[in-house]
Design a protein around this ligand. Structure first.
Ligand SMILES: *Cc1c(COP(=O)(O)O)cnc(C)c1O
Length: 431
């Protein structure tokens, strides 16, 4: 990776030849020394900057950016985003608790998605007073109406419609086709809104879509909005006026390139959505997750060993698939760079973790600058779906997280301890 320019998509850069990789004004070498490895480091500045890009691109209309909590649910990051005006898209009761813990004042800016909400989750969200529920089926609407009646609180809902738009992404993260489990067929939506409108406890408040994740072109977002727009006109003719349209999340980043114009991407995306919504005066919601946090994060890990097996060279790191599962789960590509580059010829290597699974890898047949035992490397663009999808597989302690803002770095999650891990089981052996 070259020295970064101000327009670099990543906040990680080498301030000058021979110096260590930095985040903001902070050296990753220093952070690794202080907190140990593996370690997640995030740029708070970039997170705020990315949120601002969406806010600016939609500034001409009433809007709310509902950050998708599942991408990275660190409390300090939720607080940072809330302080800058973000709302939140949650997909579980647990994520609601995170928002309530980090930024209770933002609860009125929360939308609740997810294909299987429990009674307890619905009750908690109704009482907390979230902005709207994204109902994904008629059955769920019935449950929502029943709970609203029980608690005597009218439930604002947006139907999550499935626009049947194909988005060219990994099959596991594509969601907008009729064959997927998400939402209701847009052709059924009118009928469902009409019947819900007659319920005393339901308020048709909006309509929502989410066609998938890591979608790198604007066209599918526009196509989905065209269909929503048509539905909106049908609803208006029936006297149902919605206050919000939620275009979902899913805008992708370029994991392969260090030159990536985020501002242009967001503008193009916003134009595609707004172009399809001409004439709509209500509030526009979007739910970006990855685009806001992915490039803000790096996983810093130490090389345990460099091992040669026949023709292959394996760089074994102290981070593993339990810390970052995206390569194993989605065949995801992440750029890997030495924290302190040394002179010498690069080699073709596999970068792997110590877990007993062949799937435990970060990169295969990758050209990497020379590294040796004890060196630090950074796995880039890991701010989204990194720590959020981590686990304790192999009884490994999950890494700490550090948030960098300007010249300041602060620990926002300590490393887990063995006591944290054993606690829920101790009673079973009389401990
Ligand atoms: C996952 C998800 C998002 C965020 O997707 P990104 O690709 O991270 O932007 C937004 N909305 C819903 C309903 C989701 O499930």
């Amino acid at each position: 990776m070259p020295l970064s320019s101000p327009s670099s998509p990543r906040p990680f850069y080498y301030p000058k030849q021979g110096s260590a990789l930095h985040c903001g004004k902070v050296s990753l070498e220093t952070l690794a020394k202080r907190h140990g490895t593996p370690l997640y480091v995030y740029s708070g500045d970039q997170i705020v900057e990315r949120l601002g890009m969406f806010q600016q691109a939609l500034a001409s209309r009433e809007h709310l950016i509902c950050y998708a909590v599942k991408a990275n649910s660190a409390l300090a990051i939720l607080k940072l985003l809330a302080d800058h005006g973000a709302g939140f898209d949650i997909v579980s009761g647990g994520e609601l608790e995170r928002v309530l813990a980090a930024a209770p004042e933002a609860v009125g800016r929360v939308v609740f998605s997810g294909a299987g909400k429990t009674t307890a989750e619905i009750d908690r969200a109704l009482i907390a007073g979230i902005l709207e529920f994204h109902a994904e089926s008629e059955v769920e609407l019935e449950l929502l109406a029943a709970r609203a009646a029980k608690l005597k609180r009218k439930a604002r809902f947006a139907l999550r419609v499935n626009p049947d738009v194909f988005a060219d992404t990994h099959p596991y993260i594509s969601t907008g086709l009729r064959e997927h489990k998400f939402g209701v067929d847009i052709r059924q939506a009118l009928k469902i809104y009409k019947s819900a409108a007659s319920s005393r406890w339901l308020e048709p408040h909006g309509v929502s879509v989410h066609i998938g994740s890591q979608i790198c072109t604007a066209a599918p977002f526009g196509a989905a909005m065209e269909r929503v727009s048509k539905l909106l006109r049908q609803l208006q003719r029936e006297g149902i006026e919605l206050k919000t349209i939620d275009a979902g999340g899913g805008l992708g980043i370029d994991y392969h390139r260090s030159s990536f114009d985020a501002v242009a991407k967001v503008r193009e995306y916003a134009a595609a959505i707004q172009g399809a919504l001409a004439g709509y005066e209500g509030q526009l919601l979007i739910e970006p997750g990855r685009f806001i946090v992915a490039q803000a994060g790096a996983l810093v890990t130490r090389v345990l060993q460099v091992k040669h097996n026949g023709k292959k060279t394996f760089v074994i790191t102290d981070a593993a698939m339990n810390d970052l599962i995206r390569p194993a789960l989605y065949q995801a590509y992440h750029e890997i760079v030495p924290v302190k580059p040394s002179a010498g010829k690069s080699r073709i290597v596999d970068v792997v973790g110590p877990i007993c699974e062949t799937g435990d890898f970060f990169a295969r047949d990758r050209e990497l600058a020379p590294v040796a035992t004890g060196d630090l490397v950074a796995i880039l663009d890991t701010g989204a779906y990194g720590m959020a999808q981590s686990s304790n597989y192999n009884t490994r302690l999950r890494p700490p997280e550090v948030l960098v803002e300007g010249a300041k770095a602060r620990l926002i999650r300590r490393r887990e301890t063995m006591a944290d891990l054993l606690e829920p089981e101790k009673f079973a052996i009389g401990g």
